[in-house]
Design a protein around this ligand. Structure first.
Ligand SMILES: [Zn+2]
Length: 471
């Protein structure tokens, strides 16, 4: 029994852990690594193990940094089952197709640039780039999903039983408990996935886990305490009113999954309560349109608040002032629209997608506001904007940043330090070791110290490639 950390090790993205039980190999998550371009390409295109040797994948949730390299795994020979919830499988169908499209677009953009350079100088250096994976690879991944209901123990292979719990992070998100019994003394391992916050809009609160021997725990906000969720609505109302009053636009980079739907629900409530000016609002993302449809199809994941909304015959994900934009020409037409409006578009860390056009057209104007709504990883454009750098690169060109920049941290889908400590408490009576993942080094260190102080349990921050025997 052995655990090897291949991704989200002392960093936030690329969640991927390899578990060996009874001589067979399994993956917990298979996420895309995001960060510096070359390093990301390198890591995502070369698996540090043979994908055809992996028996099954246990997937915590649909976010791309957890699921985004599944088509790459399939392209490289994996053909086993992918166990997860039905909502996650449906979200992945939409998201992996979108991700494949972005990969193809990205490669095409770079190859075009190379061809132009070669036309000018036949000796220009550079290689034709293959997309990380294609739409076809994403399609081949679809039939591998096996939907398992929360709380249903499922045998995955000899000596490996899996059971999932609601992680309260995004629709369909799970934490998982794995019973490993290929030795006389069985071992219970838990993987937190990404842990949400109690009281988040739309989805239910994170479920407590049973006592376990080992815990792989995320640490995204391990060094921080969030603001309470309730005042977020006041802050949002304030930002929208202030920007609209000075004739500006509100540009909102948001993850198409989860954050967009939360924002739409909050905007809907603010409109109902007459607390923001009546300006046009757009969700400009074909992925968000598809994902919102998946949300509508999975009411079993909703909390009481949304159920009540539904009972009042209101659509929690749409209202008269809001338009979903699927068509690319309609999206471009937004560039010529005058006067205040709100546009929500992906990606949340401003790495790709239509948000780049909106940022390019609007960040130079001090009347506008860029409203960041989630964690911004190191080296991403979102992080540069959050740091209010005087110039930020968009499509390879430096652009002056004059717009107001605001962050709504408390909408975060991730538990903060106190919430993580509370969440892990039920696991601690038998807990022997905690492995911290999915956090930059500083966040991990702060959380490690807090866990040690509160529970006196050994905490490791494994490096990439580090293997740990579980006995
Ligand atoms: Zn996540």
């Amino acid at each position: 029994m052995k655990l090897t950390f291949w991704g989200a090790a002392q960093t936030v993205t690329g969640s991927m852990h390899e578990l060996e039980v009874a001589g067979r190999h399994y993956l917990l998550d298979c996420g895309l690594y995001q960060g510096r371009r070359q390093e990301a390409n390198e890591r995502n295109s070369r698996f540090p193990f043979s994908p055809s040797n992996i028996q099954a994948v246990l997937l915590s949730h649909a976010h791309i940094d957890h699921s985004g390299n599944l088509p790459g795994l399939v392209k490289n020979g994996f053909s086993g089952p992918i166990y997860t919830t039905s909502a996650t499988a449906d979200l992945c169908r939409a998201m992996l197709a979108d991700s494949a499209h972005l990969q193809e677009q990205d490669a095409e953009f770079l190859n075009k640039r190379l061809r132009r350079r070669r036309a000018l100088d036949p000796n220009a250096q550079g290689q034709t780039i293959q997309p990380l994976y294609t739409a076809e690879d994403a399609e081949k991944t679809e039939p591998l999903f096996r939907a398992v209901e929360l709380g249903t123990p499922t045998d995955i292979g000899p000596g490996l039983r899996y059971q999932s719990y609601d992680a309260g992070h995004i629709l369909g998100s799970t934490s998982m408990v794995l019973d490993l019994s290929d030795r006389p003394r069985p071992v219970r391992l838990a993987f937190s996935g990404d842990v949400g916050r109690p009281g988040l809009p739309i989805i239910r609160d994170p479920q407590p886990l049973p006592p376990v021997d080992y815990l792989i725990l995320e640490s995204t906000y391990g060094d921080r305490l969030h603001e309470a969720i309730a005042p977020v609505k006041n802050k949002l109302a304030g930002i929208i009113t202030r920007t609209a009053n000075r004739g500006g636009k509100i540009i909102v980079p948001a993850f198409a999954v989860g954050r967009t739907q939360q924002l739409v629900l909050l905007l809907h409530e603010l409109i109902n309560e007459n607390r923001i000016p009546s300006i046009p609002m757009f969700v400009d993302s074909p992925l968000a349109v598809n994902v919102t449809e998946v949300f509508r199809n999975h009411p079993e994941c909703f909390d009481e608040e949304v159920r009540e909304f539904l009972n009042n015959h209101q659509d929690p994900f749409g209202f008269s002032r809001l338009r979903y934009v699927r068509d690319v020409n309609e999206s471009k037409a937004l560039n010529d629209l005058h006067g205040p409006f709100i546009v929500i578009s992906a990606s949340g860390m401003c790495e790709a997608g239509r948000i780049l056009h909106h940022l390019r057209n609007n960040i130079g104007d001090s009347r506008n506001t860029v409203l960041l709504t989630g964690f911004q990883a190191q080296y991403t454009l979102g992080r540069k904007i959050q740091e209010k750098q005087a110039e930020v690169p968009i499509f390879g060109e430096p652009m002056p940043l004059r717009a107001e920049v605001e962050t709504l941290d408390s909408l975060s889908g991730h538990a903060d330090q106190h919430e993580l400590l509370d969440w892990m408490k039920p696991t601690t009576p038998t807990l022997r070791k905690v492995f911290l993942v999915h956090g930059e080094e500083g966040q991990g260190k702060a959380l490690a110290q807090a866990i040690h102080e509160r529970y006196n349990i050994e905490v490791l921050q494994p490096a990439r490639g580090q293997s740990i025997p579980l006995a």
